[in-house]
Design a protein around this ligand. Sequence first.
Ligand code: HMG
Ligand code: MG
Length: 315
Amino acid sequence: GIPKYVKIVEVGARDGLQNENNMVPTSVKIELIHRLVSAGLSVVEATSFVSPKWVPQLADARDVIGSVKNLDTARLPVLVPNLKGFEAAVAAGAKEIAVFASASEAFSKSNINCTIKESLARYRDVTHAAAKLNIPVRGYALSSLDKPIIVMHRLLYVSCVIGCPVEGIIPPSKVANVAKELHDMGCCEISLGDTIGIGTPGTVIPMLVAVMSAVPVEKLAVHFHDTYGQSLSNILVSLQMGISTVDSSVAGLGGCPYAKGASGNVATEDVVYMLEGLGIKTNVDLEKLLEAGEFICKHLGRPSGSKAAVAFSRV
Ligand code: HMG
Ligand code: MG
């Protein structure tokens, strides 16, 4: 059966903002994190300690984590791509981190400039250093689950950019292998990222079957983007398969600057609305969450990517 409680991992302040071209002031990021935490979200990914040349928007990671690190009602993990990022994160006061490995060679190269194997070796160093300091590590296993199935010429376009040109479609076993490697090196939770949001229940289910044979289901999370409007369906089938941790982003913000065509994450408001409808507890105050979404959308000068938020603002 589906879980009674779902833990939401809010990624708006990191995944949501990393793709924004206009610099968001540090103070706005900090207020967003405060608002998300006070809406009851228990895990709020705060920022990334990646190269500022690669992701200029998050160049203020030290200041962001520095001013929220003492919020004790939520966990505030930060993304790190290597030991250098790990050391900077710890020095700035981060108490939890996340590493991110791709199941596609091409995407690994374009996102973190190394092979899958090299990335896993780097992350072994990171998890080793983190274990010494008792710092929990979350691992992302990134995939493009499949090619989009409808528009054939676009299909080829996407597959060249994100699917591996050598391997084509990323088979579920590759995602399972990366997830297992992350689990074996000590990651306490593995988030399965459909980075460009092309998965459907038809591809998500076999991927989850493969991953669940390699990593215990309690350790798994799902991370969907809504590029093709499939994210809530994908979440629902994941819940039915026993997953109880879901990543989402306030107002549906997000996208990866190194994954062309990636659009926003599934909106946290929409996830909470669906979970409430299913009678699943989240501990999130939807009213406060909607206000946090309004706050950041007003700042970005753009309508919310959450259908629930748009609908609520009309009633
Ligand atoms: P590189 O150019 O190969 O790095 O980048 P390098 O080791 O050759 O170093 C180059 C320069 O970067 C040096 O500085 C380093 O010191 C510096 P310079 O000597 O030129 O002045 N550097 C760093 N600076 C700050 N923090 C660091 C760091 N490391 C090196 N940690 C690197 C390799 C991994 C650094 C780069 O490719 C990078 O930062 N990539 C991050 C890309 C990124 O953030 N992508 C988005 C996150 S993943 C995602 O969004 C998907 C997810 O949401 C799930 C989903 O949606 O499915 C998680
Ligand atoms: Mg993402």
